[in-house]
Design a binder for this molecule. Structure first.
Ligand code: NAD
Length: 333
């Protein structure tokens, strides 16, 4: 059995609580939250779990071998550092930290203590994303050329992080995951309309060494609720629409070919073929992610979204912030 403590059981953390409470080989030992209303709700649903506002109480109990941090992002680093120093396997919600230096420190700490560090890059566990990844790895889309992400909605408006840090970690992690690479430069433009210094909308471009690109549009000030990833490959184009109840993936047999028609001329032919809607398992990505963390602890394996992955994403986010501050100038990584 792995004893688990969830720290921060607000809007998102309660989903972690629900999932870990339902997993086999897991005992939900503690839920820790500063908010009494949150604690009261958890007590009512999970009467056998220790509910506390005192994080030290969690750290003092060695039977809580795994600590999950789902507090507001600015507290991730400090809480994760304490958990790692106490020798706990640690899961941190995205983003891992708010600076590359802090994220690096957590990675180093996990390595030196010999414990797991995993980051909640949820989309890496989404069956539809895994389908897209397999297509790319098997060359079924041809050469992957570029990706674009749309993650827009009205709300949730946050105060202590902008839309880039709040929403883009998912897209950055998926871009790196699908391409199996990290960008060499980032440029980002955005604007703070509602609160001074807190960008509500950001348009970013990630460039990869071999010419691949990823464009990310995030906003919490938008009339549409869109969660979409589009991959353009040299042979096929693939769209993942997370708002679709079913049919989340569509594979378009579309493309363009440049052929030499004479020694001096080229012709571009466009190809429009069938559209395939594959059957994607309806597994809850968060359940898969939580199970994966426990399996990595039990089997002593490296999480897919490990600390290094978390650090890579934070480096891209930090470069994006720098570019935002410099009016969209590309920032090298
Ligand atoms: N993976 C995803 O898809 C996803 C989705 C939403 C949010 N998140 C992440 O989850 C985290 C929480 O977001 P949220 O929307 O649930 O925020 P929230 O404000 O609803 O909840 C945060 C909770 O943490 C508690 N808290 C804050 N500091 C604490 C501390 N020091 N000790 C104990 N409890 C503390 C608060 O009382 C609150 O209940 C953020 O990092 C966010 O990026 C991830």
């Amino acid at each position: 059995m792995v004893g688990v403590a969830v720290v921060g059981a607000g809007h998102w953390g309660r989903n972690l609580v629900r999932n870990f409470a339902a997993l086999t080989d897991v005992e939900l030992k503690y839920v820790c939250d500063l908010n009494e209303k949150v604690r009261q709700t958890i007590r009512e649903i999970y009467p056998r779990t220790n509910v506390t506002e005192d994080f030290q109480k969690v750290l003092n109990d060695p039977s809580a071998g795994a600590v999950l941090i789902a507090t507001d992002t600015p507290y991730h680093f400090d809480l994760a550092k304490q958990a790692l120093e106490a020798g706990r396997h640690t899961y941190v919600e995205k983003p891992l930290a708010m600076s590359s230096r802090d994220a690096q420190e957590l990675v180093d700490l996990a390595r030196s203590r010999g414990v797991k560090l995993m980051v909640g890059h949820l989309l890496e566990y989404h069956p539809a994303m895994n389908y897209m990844k397999k297509m790319i790895d098997r060359g079924q889309a041809g050469e992957p050329l570029y990706l674009y992400f749309q993650r827009v909605n009205l709300g949730i408006v946050r105060k202590n992080e902008n839309a880039w840090w709040s929403l883009a970690p998912h897209d950055v992690s998926v871009a790196c995951y699908l391409f199996g690479d990290q960008p060499v430069s980032v440029s980002a433009s955005g604007h703070a309309y509602l609160q001074k210094g807190v960008e509500d909308v950001v348009f970013a471009n990630l460039k990869f060494a071999d010419g691949k690109m990823a464009h990310i549009h995030v906003s919490w000030l938008d009339p549409h609720k869109i969660r979409r990833v589009t991959l353009v490959g040299s042979q096929k184009m693939v769209v993942f629409d997370d708002m679709a109840a079913a049919e989340k993936i569509r594979v378009y047999d579309k493309g363009a070919e440049v052929r030499s028609v004479a020694s001096y001329a080229e012709a571009i032919t466009l190809r429009t073929g069938d559209i395939l809607i594959p059957k994607i398992p309806a597994d809850e990505p968060l359940k898969t992610e939580c199970r994966h963390f426990i399996d990595c602890i039990i089997n002593d394996t490296t999480p897919r979204s490990d600390g290094a992955d978390g650090l890579r994403v934070v480096k891209v986010l930090a470069a994006g912030s720098e570019s935002l501050a410099r009016g969209g100038e590309p920032v090298s990584l």
